[in-house]
Design a protein around this ligand. Structure first.
Ligand SMILES: [Cu+2]
Length: 133
């Protein structure tokens, strides 16, 4: 049986390309669920507003996690006010970390504020028990 590997933008943690944002801008994220499972998508350090569900625009709830059902697109917006690296991931631990057992970690990436530097940012450090690429 093939192992599950969930990805964001076709990439699996920790081999990801950060989502770049600029401090002060309003950022839209589109969660496009092409799978047959529901994913509770969670952004650290921010509150976002749900602005579209299944093609219907709305002024939705403000929250940090939103359920994205199979074959659905949910859009959210947040104000980029807190410089740093911030995790964004599926809150089902098995989806987020599924690949920790299979050398492909899964549904997690980061939002990165342009110009913010941190020597401690090293996604590959989470894979210490596996060979680096
Ligand atoms: Cu998930």
């Amino acid at each position: 049986m093939a192992a599950y590997v969930w990805s964001l933008n076709g990439q699996v943690w920790p081999r990801i390309t950060p989502l770049e944002v600029k401090q002060g801008e309003r950022v839209e994220l589109s969660f496009v669920n092409r799978t047959l499972m529901t994913h509770p998508m969670h952004l650290h350090g921010h509150v976002f507003q749900v602005t579209e569900i299944g093609g219907v625009r709305l002024r939705g709830a403000k929250r940090d996690t939103v359920m994205v059902i199979p074959q659905q697109t949910v859009k959210v917006e947040f104000d980029a006010l807190y410089p740093g690296y911030w995790m964004i991931h599926c809150h089902l631990l098995y989806h987020q970390a599924a690949g920790m057992m299979t050398q492909a970690a899964g549904m997690m990436t980061v939002v990165h504020y342009q110009g913010f530097e941190s020597r401690s940012y090293d996604p590959l450090a989470s894979m210490t028990e596996f060979p680096r690429p």
